[in-house]
Structures are given as structure tokens and as C-alpha cells.
Design a protein around this ligand. Structure first.
Ligand code: SF4
Length: 137
């Protein structure tokens, strides 16, 4: 059996349940994910995503920076540049076609607070009730 250099308690990023994970780390890599029986809300249990869904961390295809399509090609961009472009495009769509031409889709990987802010952005900033959540798909 592999011995961990360290075990780090963390919170599963996949949904709002907030299961506690024990990340077994060796040579700076997570090689096993477990859960403690004395820690809630999961008390030793993990679903398949929480227990096995961590190999994306070092996947070579993982996006590590925003990409903007220019002349048909995706190019790396800064967060300020990407968020500025999204804000400009949302503003122009709203001006041309009205707020209901825009819909926002939230994620179970966000916190409750982030999802709350998303519906505030939809309703109070953009002016649409077109807001939904991936858990309903
Ligand atoms: S282990 Fe499964 S149920 Fe628990 S937080 Fe992660 S995705 Fe949600």
C-alpha cells in the first residue's frame, strides 16, 4: 500500500452538499481520495464524482487561462480581457434585442452564494428572469 506524504482535508468542488474529502498526496500528486467517518455532512461516504473525479487536475487539455476566438482561432487572454469582452457582448445583445434575449445558466460547482449572485445579475443588472441551474437539466 502506498503511504501518503500528507493527507489534506478539503471540500468536494462538485456540488453544494459540501462533502469533506481526505486528499492523500504523495510526490505532490493526489493519488487517492477518501473521507473520514467522523466528519460531516458525508461521514465517510462519497459519490463517484467526489471519490474518483480528480484526474482533471493535471490533464494536459485542462484550460488554465481564458481563450478568446480571434480570426477563427482560440487565443489565450487575460481574465480582464475576457470578462470585458463578455460584458461588452451582453450589453450589446441587451441593447439590440432586449434583456430576454439573454439567459444565464448556473452551476452546481458554484457555492450557494455565487449562484445567488448570478440570479441577482440576471434579474437586477440584465433585467431577465431567464436564469436556470444545471441540476435541473
Ligand atoms: S462527493 Fe458527491 S455528493 Fe458529495 S459534494 Fe462531491 S459531488 Fe456532491
Amino acid at each position: 500500500m502506498i503511504q501518503a506524504d500528507t493527507i489534506v482535508r478539503s471540500t468536494c468542488p462538485y456540488c453544494g452538499v459540501g462533502c469533506q474529502l481526505d486528499l492523500h498526496i504523495r510526490d505532490n500528486l493526489i493519488y487517492r481520495v477518501g473521507a473520514s467517518f467522523d466528519s460531516g455532512p458525508n461521514y465517510g461516504l462519497l459519490c463517484v464524482k467526489g471519490r474518483f473525479g480528480h484526474d482533471f487536475l493535471w490533464h494536459p487539455d485542462r484550460l488554465t487561462t481564458p481563450l478568446i476566438r480571434r480570426n477563427g482561432h482560440l487565443e489565450p487572454a487575460s481574465w480582464d480581457e475576457a470578462l470585458g469582452l463578455v460584458a461588452d457582448r451582453l450589453a450589446s445583445i441587451r441593447a439590440e434585442s432586449g434583456p430576454d434575449a439573454i439567459a444565464l445558466l448556473c452551476s452546481a460547482k458554484c457555492t450557494n452564494e455565487e449562484n445567488y449572485l448570478m440570479q441577482k445579475l440576471a434579474r437586477q443588472v440584465i433585467g431577465t428572469h431567464n436564469i436556470d441551474h444545471c441540476a435541473r437539466l
